[in-house]
Design a protein around this ligand. Structure first.
Ligand code: ATP
Ligand code: MG
Length: 751
């Protein structure tokens, strides 16, 4: 098998491991994901395993599709038929088929976080509880934590320890909210994200025949990023693999960063107990990064007490030292990063997509975005307020959802009076209360509005229900694109946006068009068998933010460290390396928390292939105030042999630097405002001026002229400006990049 030649001996051993449980525990960049990919190819090609019998679970949809492509490259189209996806997407698919066993219709809606929070808000309100105590965020994460540990609302309410815990936290009604939340979800024929896994567990527990069917189907189960699975996910995999025992998991305990979502490193440790005949393979050679980066990363993770011993090494070159960038403010940090990217791109002929900027929290992106935009560098933000979270998109999607599932209360609330049709909040509440009190589906109230409402409102609701019925027919008869276009138009939503001629309005209108384009693309894609609007909705509900980026665009990637898992980039900036920001203030309750933050730092650092930068600012706007910041303790933990401090252009105001440069550089007759490209350790060579070099009079120097400089060689004048008494020129040198020089000092020969 020649394709197995791209593997080292332990990798190959893992790929060729025969039947039985297998665990690959290895450091970052050592080829874990590669091994999974090759193993699937090997099973299909060499072991003649039917691709339909292979289930591969990944952390993001993007990782799944990348894996699919790589396998296709190895063995061709046959790879298509493997079951590959995130836990959520695979088990949502299975739940669609089996939902009736759990009392759900197959067209159940998947609530996103916003829907869940809005539902919690209305429950807290209905119960007359204090919204400041029962904040939707807090309540949701408490419920989510319970579900991830498979604690149902019944168990929750009856557990004395949980009860004591909630009472101590002054939130004694939590269990009651959990119960109401589940009841309302059920009534809306909806599941939230955690329910997808929770209900799969219930399904497998209560329906052995169903479990058996899937156990037979998936003869081989493979899991990437196993260190980040929670109990709910772990039990699903364990149950599925119970018959064949062909379970292969890969992970790195040093990269476990989802404890806050219930992920448990214990799963790795328990694995050996659960499978006594487990075969363990360790991979220690890193193929991704330079020696400097690997050694720095090792020095970081070494500080953690709780970890499995690993010795990650690489045969790659030493590479550049890690650069430490210090800025005066968050805005300056943005400028420094942007200008460094600009320089590196030009000097090394790199693409925008070779760079990533990683931060601890989404809100840090603003200053970076501004700087990138000013320098005309395209970028994309992964995560944050993504396309599908914009209001106009959620509104139209709510129409789609409601047409597909009339029980969906959150969708109903969004669209019943949007665009305005004279149905006030009190009428909406009356209808919801009526449904609740009579214990009938909301849709029944909507279709019999005159029994519950009076006058104009009753008529409007009746028109609304007629409209929804007609949309329903569209959805049944036509494909997703045709149905969606009709709904967008006839609901009045498109017109509403079209009539708003402000820039934002125009933008919103375009976004809606973009959504319709996406649906068209979905319909035209031969991979999608079911072209129905319901199928499209399901697909969208399961996209994680990571999957929504436009891969085809050449752009710098901006994202949180959490979303960077498993990815690699040639150059990586880890920004905002300040105390209270990273490590995060919110995560400093205990030693475990600090260790998790450190693992996060390890994940960030190991994304870089060739060059890594750490950056911090000494002041930063946070919580609406300018705060003084202290350099992160993590920076002191990095092996000092791997790192050096950089000073770059734009770092200091001209005046400051002028003072500093009066010394040595001044004597040589040259005052550079900044000398970023003559850093030690770079490829820049010293220039020897031509023998007849004589400085010219630069009084009439102008943009576009070619000049020679005794140190920087030839270049082109980009602009000449006057600042105070000084005249300065920005010159793009052929080999030394862009520099700004004061003309009263600089020796230039006009050529
Ligand atoms: P992470 O922990 O970040 O998820 P990983 O262990 O999954 O990393 P991979 O992404 O599989 O690592 O591999 C890292 C890089 O090294 C990839 O570019 C991969 O193609 C390359 N690589 C891995 N093994 C080999 C090998 N034997 N020969 C050449 N390149 C390899
Ligand atoms: Mg990986």
């Amino acid at each position: 098998m020649d394709y197995l030649e791209g593997l080292n001996p332990p990798q190959r051993e893992a790929v060729e491991h025969a039947e039985g449980p297998l665990m690959i525990i290895a450091g970052a960049g050592s080829g874990k994901t590669r091994v999974l990919t090759y193993r699937i190819a090997y099973l299909i090609k060499t072991k003649n395993v039917d691709p339909f019998q292979i289930l591969a679970l990944t952390f993001t949809n993007k990782a799944a599709s990348e894996m699919r492509h790589r396998i296709e490259r190895l063995i061709g189209l046959e790879a298509r038929n493997t079951w590959m996806g995130t836990f959520h997407s695979i088990f949502a698919k299975i739940l669609r088929v089996e939902s009736e066993k759990l009392g759900f219709p197959s067209n159940f809606t998947i609530y996103d976080t916003d829907d869940s929070k809005s539902l919690i808000k209305s429950i807290v309100k209905a119960k007359n509880l204090d919204e400041k105590v029962y904040k939707p965020n807090t309540v949701l994460s408490r419920i989510s934590g319970a579900k991830n540990r498979l604690i149902s609302w019944e168990n929750y309410i009856n557990d004395p320890y949980i009860k004591a815990d909630d009472e101590a936290a002054m939130k004694p009604r939590m269990g009651e909210i959990y119960r109401a939340y589940q009841k309302r979800l059920f009534k809306s024929s909806a599941m939230d994200f955690d329910d997808l896994l929770f209900n799969t567990n219930v399904l497998f527990r209560d329906h052995p025949d169903v479990l058996n069917k899937y156990q037979q189907r998936f003869r081989y189960v493979l899991v990437d990023e196993f260190q980040d699975t929670n109990l709910s996910q772990y039990l699903i995999t364990k149950k599925l693999a119970a018959v064949h025992q062909n379970i292969c998991v890969v992970g790195d305990d040093a990269q476990s960063i989802y404890a806050f979502r219930g992920a448990d490193i214990q799963n790795i440790l328990n694995f050996e107990k659960d499978y006594p005949d487990l075969y363990v393979v360790k991979l220690e050679q890193n193929y991704r990064s330079t020696k400097n980066i690997v050694e720095a990363a090792n020095s970081i993770i070494e500080k953690n007490k709780a970890q499995l011993k690993k010795n990650v090494w690489t045969q790659n070159d030493n590479g550049d030292l890690i650069e430490l960038i210090k800025s005066a403010s968050d805005n300056e940090e943005g400028r420094m990063v942007a200008s460094t990217i600009f320089e590196e791109k030009n000097n090394k002929k790199l693409q925008n997509s070779d760079f990533a900027i990683l931060y601890r929290t989404n809100s840090q992106s603003r200053a970076l975005e501004e700087a990138l935009r000013k320098m005309n560098i395209s970028y994309k933000i992964v995560g944050g307020l993504s396309f599908y979270q914009r209001k106009e998109i959620k509104d139209l999607m709510a129409y789609f959802r409601y047409v597909v599932n009339q029980d969906d209360e959150e969708a109903f609330k969004r669209i019943i009076n949007y665009p305005k049709r004279g149905i006030g909040l009190s009428s909406v509440e009356k209808m919801m209360v009526a449904a609740y009190e009579h214990d009938i589906p909301l849709w029944q109230v909507v279709t019999n509005s005159s029994s519950f409402l009076a006058g104009r409102a009753a008529n409007s609701v009746s028109d609304f229900s007629t409209m929804i019925k007609s949309f329903r027919m569209e959805v049944e008869r036509k494909d997703a694109y045709e149905a969606a276009s009709t709904i967008a138009k006839q609901s009045g939503l498109l017109r509403e946006l079209y009539e708003d001629k402000t820039i934002e309005g125009l933008n919103r209108y375009e976004n809606v068009q973009e959504l319709l384009n996406a649906i068209k693309e979905y319909v035209d894609n031969p991979d999608n068998e079911d072209k129905n609007l319901g199928a499209f909705l399901q697909e969208i509900a399961l996209l994680t933010d990571n999957d929504r980026d436009k891969d085809e665009m050449d752009a710098v990637t901006l994202m949180t460290i959490h979303s960077s898992k498993g990815l690699e980039f040639r150059q990586v900036f880890v920004v905002g390396m300040e105390e209270d920001l990273f490590p995060s203030q919110m995560m400093m309750q205990s030693r475990e928390d600090l260790e998790e933050e450190r693992r996060l730092f390890y994940v960030a650092s190991t994304r870089a292939m060739e060059k890594l930068y750490f950056s911090y600012a000494i002041t930063r706007y946070r919580f609406g105030r300018l705060l003084d910041c202290e350099k992160s303790r993590f920076l002191d933990e990095v092996d000092p042999n791997c790192i050096r401090v950089t000073k770059r252009r734009g770092q200091q105001p001209i005046g400051d630097h002028f003072g500093q440069s009066n010394g040595r550089e001044g004597k040589s007759g040259f005052v550079g405002l900044k000398t970023p490209s003559v850093r030690k350790n770079t490829t820049a060579k010293v220039y020897t001026p031509s023998p007849d070099f004589k400085p010219s009079n630069t009084n009439n120097l102008a943009a576009g002229m070619k000049v020679e400089h005794p140190k920087f060689g030839y270049g082109k004048v980009l602009k000449v400006e006057i600042e105070g008494l000084n005249k300065k020129a920005t010159i793009g040198f052929d080999n030394f990049g862009e520099k700004t020089l004061l003309l009263s000092f600089a020796k230039l020969r006009i050529v």
